[in-house]
Design a protein. Structure first.
Length: 454
């Protein structure tokens, strides 16, 4: 087994969270334990130092009043007091097992001085003492009062606490790690449930939705987001399947017509005339246009294209498309109100948009088509009107869906693929614009394209 296999259990969110949280908590506990020991020792020393200074003051008062006895009372077993004269001779002390000075240094001033010494106050027992010295004037000359205490009790107290911390801190860290492990597993259990449920969903079961827990937390929002994503995926797959089905259906008609005419043309008894050839060319052109539209939509669905940034004179594009359309129809196209309209976009896409709308208007017009173009405020507005039967108000939004063909008075005899208007809207939306259908001034249908002006 390689290193990845060995470390795999440690790469889970639960394991990493437990490890990092335990390390952080353990570090904090160690710092707190050290701080506790340092504080405890400082507090014990501070209290004993205050008591030693108090004994120094008491003995100093006896010296100044001349009431200093030879033997001083012992307040605690681990303390002592010595009074030395100017010749460093012991003139008074508590009962200790020595008559020599415990501290040899003489304070230079009248303030307290601290000395930490190792001294034998009992036979065969050497302890560390903290000794506070105070120089006191008297009638017979300056004397020095030493009041000290053994640090053994402080060390014993800190040792007990240290041992307790050495045992308790690891146990506390272990308990904390176990609690974090359990709580993390409990917190991640809904996530694992969502993951397992999502894993069972396939493209044939996109209608399945996750159970959303009413927890008002991240888990509920995660489940809601996953369901929203499934809605989008289901809609995308449904549109894709419908697109493929509609495209297959649309391709069948021209292919069937081509096959029929080719079979008739190759019959030996039939004389091939120019009319079938022209019909074949019409069918081939129709199928070619359909294939181009399908490829255009397929590319749009496959890649999210960025907004185009080319400077385009939309009036030039519109007039070129009008000239092309006019050469293929007897319906007059009026362009007297076409004026300069600079926009930012893709010239080929804008030409396709104009061509699709213009072809639709020419195909359904009776006697006239009118094209208007101009700048209105921050937008460029393109209007294409025809005097045909128009589009029912209920169908004015649906007509921009893919493969939609109206079966009413919008000249049902005229056939199309149902992709031109859908492509026009997608191009307009890519250019941050809109395309709408309404009743125009000529009484028929009016397409209005609104694009941001340059």
């Amino acid at each position: 087994m390689d290193g990845r296999g060995v470390l795999a259990p440690l790469r889970t969110v639960r394991a990493r969270t437990t490890i990092f949280a335990t390390l952080a908590a353990g570090t904090a506990l160690v710092i707190a334990a050290v701080a506790l020991l340092v504080t405890l020792q400082a507090q014990l020393e501070q209290g004993n130092d205050a008591a030693a200074k108090g004994r120094d003051r008491d003995v100093a008062a006896l010296v100044q009043t001349g009431a200093l006895p030879r033997s001083l009372p012992l307040t605690q077993d681990d303390t002592f007091v010595q009074v030395l004269d100017a010749g460093s001779s012991v003139v008074a002390s508590t009962p200790i097992e020595r008559s020599t000075p415990v501290v040899d240094d003489i304070p230079a001033g009248d303030a307290f001085e601290l000395h930490v010494v190792d001294a034998e106050v009992d036979v065969g027992e050497i302890d560390e003492f903290r000794v506070w010295a105070l120089r006191v004037p008297s009638a017979e000359g300056d004397v020095v009062v030493y009041a000290g205490y053994s640090t053994e009790s402080i060390q014993e107290a800190t040792t007990v606490v240290r041992r307790a911390l050495l045992v308790g801190t690891p146990l506390l860290v272990a308990v904390l790690a176990a609690v974090i492990w359990l709580l993390t597993g409990r917190a991640l259990r809904p996530v694992e449930s969502i993951r397992s449920e999502v894993e069972t969903i396939s493209e044939t079961d996109l209608g399945h939705r996750l159970r959303v827990p009413a927890t008002s937390d991240e888990i509920e929002r995660l489940a809601t987001t996953m369901n929203t994503m499934l809605d989008r995926l289901e809609g995308s797959v449904t549109r894709q399947r419908k697109f493929v089905a509609d495209a297959s259906h649309e391709l069948q008609s021209p292919l069937a017509a081509l096959r029929t005419r080719l079979e008739v043309a190759r019959t030996p008894d039939e004389e091939v005339s120019p009319e079938p050839a022209e019909s074949l060319l019409d069918d081939v052109g129709r199928m070619e246009q359909l294939v181009k539209n399908l490829l255009f939509l397929a590319r749009r669905d496959a890649v999210q294209l960025p907004p185009p940034t080319q400077d385009v004179d939309l009036d030039d594009v519109v007039l070129e498309e009008v000239q092309r359309a006019q050469s293929q129809t007897r319906v007059p196209i009026e362009t007297s109100t076409v004026s300069a309209a600079p926009v930012r976009g893709g010239r080929e896409d804008l030409a396709r948009l104009t061509r699709n709308l213009l072809d639709n208007a020419v195909r359904h017009a009776h006697r006239q088509v009118r094209v208007e173009l101009g700048v209105h405020g921050d937008h460029v507005v393109l209007r294409i009107d025809d005097d045909g039967p128009g589009i029912a108000e209920a169908d004015r939004e649906r007509v921009f869906d893919r493969f939609v063909k109206l079966d009413d008075s919008r000249t049902p005899a005229v056939s199309g693929s149902g992709l031109g208007l859908a492509i026009a809207r997608e191009i307009a939306e890519q250019h941050s614009g809109t395309v709408t259908a309404s009743t125009g001034a000529l009484g028929g249908n009016q397409f209005v394209v609104t694009l941001p002006a340059q």
